[in-house]
Design a binder for this molecule. Structure first.
Ligand code: FES
Length: 191
């Protein structure tokens, strides 16, 4: 029996037969291949380099597409099925394109008690997209509801691309973060 394809996000199951989107990029650059080879050389078994290689794939391809998974398998000379299994297990690997600003809102209990759900509502209202819907039409925003951003004592927390805003994100702080995005002061998701 075939294993079903992984869900796009924790709250959006892919329909049976729906396939992961392909990235326009199909192969790693020579520089990235060298980076992956250097990582793989540290381990006695190349399978151990799957996680960092997928991280590089997400950085380079923008998301972990089928093409990215195949490129990882090829770069490490390991089975594609293994790469697919690892990539589908971890929600940190995005299997669909994300916006220029990928907004992760924590709604786990400590943040929920501090207004995480309300923060998520505000983020959705400001961007016009919902968690798991993929990127907004202008390609700027995507939203993901996450379990913990490792700052449980000062929530609610929001992560924008690689940066966590953990200091009690309220409406004023949220506006400041969005303005920083528009001014290009937030680190890019990929590349
Ligand atoms: S519960 Fe929100 S950061 Fe941990």
């Amino acid at each position: 029996m075939n294993h079903p394809l992984p869900p796009e996000t924790s709250d959006h199951a892919m329909a049976p037969g729906e396939r992961l989107p392909q990235s326009e990029q199909k192969e790693f650059s020579p520089e990235s291949l060298a980076e992956i080879a250097a990582i793989a050389a540290k381990y006695p078994d190349k399978l151990a380099a799957t996680l960092p290689a997928l991280h590089i794939a997400q950085r380079d391809f923008g998301f972990v597409s089928l093409a990215a998974m195949k490129a990882v398998a090829k770069a490490l000379a390991i089975p594609e099925g293994h790469v697919f299994g690892v990539a589908s297990f971890y929600t940190l690997y995005q299997k669909h394109p994300v916006g220029k600003f990928h907004l992760q809102v924590c709604t786990n209990l400590p943040c929920a008690l501090a207004g995480g759900a309300q923060l998520l509502e505000k983020v959705c209202a400001k961007t016009g997209v919902k968690p798991g819907e993929g990127a907004s039409k202008d390609g700027l925003w995507s939203i993901e509801e996450v379990e913990c951003l490792a700052s449980c004592g000062s929530g609610p927390c929001l992560q924008v691309n690689s940066d966590v805003y953990e200091e009690f994100v309220d409406e004023k702080k949220l506006d400041e973060i969005f303005e920083a995005c528009k001014r290009g002061e937030v680190r890019a998701w990929a590349k």
